[in-house]
Ligand binder design. Structure first.
Ligand SMILES: NC(=O)c1ccc[n+]([C@@H]2O[C@H](COP(=O)([O-])OP(=O)(O)OC[C@H]3O[C@@H](n4cnc5c(N)ncnc54)[C@H](OP(=O)(O)O)[C@@H]3O)[C@@H](O)[C@H]2O)c1
Length: 245
């Protein structure tokens, strides 16, 4: 029975993934800001088959609380096999261009907070010499675009940090999984017009659970986003700078 910590557990993608882990009989520890939603989610996960579900209130931007939150998760579950980091915000790019205080907040939530968590988690998993660290980054971190480059910068930093961590932890038998979803229909993207490139949170969750069990390193979800991003990454800068993306 796997012991799984989910950070940002009330995210639509995290909830859908937690339901799938619960159906496998996992022990779960949830961290999120909203106690009431976590209470409801924990009840649902137990009904779906989770062996146990514990939870604690957690704000990713309270960096000083990270180590204690992880230590408590390990204590509640009696160990830790898998962590999924899922919290995030899609800030207002235009507002971030006007006010760096807002940009810094977005960089902290989507980038620095993840690096802080990973720093503590890496030491735990390295000493344990087993386990999986899975983090939801984004296709937005693959190339800077005018419409969301502050968010993209944070996700890009997470992706690079994970590359280094994977290289460091490989010899300790720890798998590091970078998850790069494309467009997903969740509360984060509620105001966007949806089209054929959009996926459901549950489709992404299915890909996450499969990638964790197959010990994959980096996945685009749905997988065909890998082809789209290959094209986008290879557009020469002199052409890319003229596009409205
Ligand atoms: N949706 C997409 O198209 C898409 C695409 C690529 C990557 N992603 C990534 O996928 C992950 C999950 O997002 P989602 O689409 O499932 O969106 P979502 O349902 O809006 O979930 C975002 C979650 O992040 C939590 N959060 C935000 N700031 C936090 C903080 N300071 N501390 C703790 N939790 C915080 C929110 O908690 P509250 O409910 O308390 O606000 C919410 O539960 C994110 O990392 C996102 O960047 C999403």
């Amino acid at each position: 029975m796997e012991k799984i910590l989910i950070v940002g557990a009330t995210s639509a993608i995290a909830e859908a993934t937690a339901r799938r882990f619960a159906a496998q009989g996992a022990k779960l520890h949830l961290l999120a800001r909203n106690q009431e939603r976590m209470d409801g989610l924990a009840r649902d996960l137990k009904i779906r088959g989770a062996s146990s579900v514990s939870h604690a209130v957690f704000d990713a931007n309270d960096f000083d609380s990270h180590k204690a939150a992880i230590d408590r998760a390990i204590m509640e579950m009696g160990g830790l096999d898998v962590v999924l980091i899922a919290h995030g915000t899609l800030g207002d790019q235009k507002a971030c261009e006007r006010d760096f205080t807002l940009a810094l907040q977005e960089l902290n939530t989507n980038g620095i907070s993840v690096l802080s968590l990973l720093t503590h988690l890496a030491n735990h998993f390295e000493a344990q010499r087993s386990g999986t660290i899975a983090v939801i980054s984004s296709v937005a971190g693959d190339r800077g675009r005018q419409s969301n480059y502050v968010y993209g910068t944070a996700k890009g930093a997470v992706t690079i940090f994970l590359q280094g961590l994977r290289n460091r932890l490989h010899k300790s038998g720890v798998n590091v999984l970078t998850i790069k979803p494309g467009f997903v229909d969740t509360p984060m993207t509620a105001s966007f017009k949806k089209g054929p490139l959009w996926a459901s949170a549950d489709a992404i969750a299915a890909g996450i659970v499969q990638s964790v069990s197959k010990r994959k390193n980096e996945v685009y979800l749905p997988v065909w986003w890998g082809g789209i991003m290959m094209i986008i990454k290879n557009i020469p800068e002199r052409i890319f700078r003229k596009l409205s993306l």
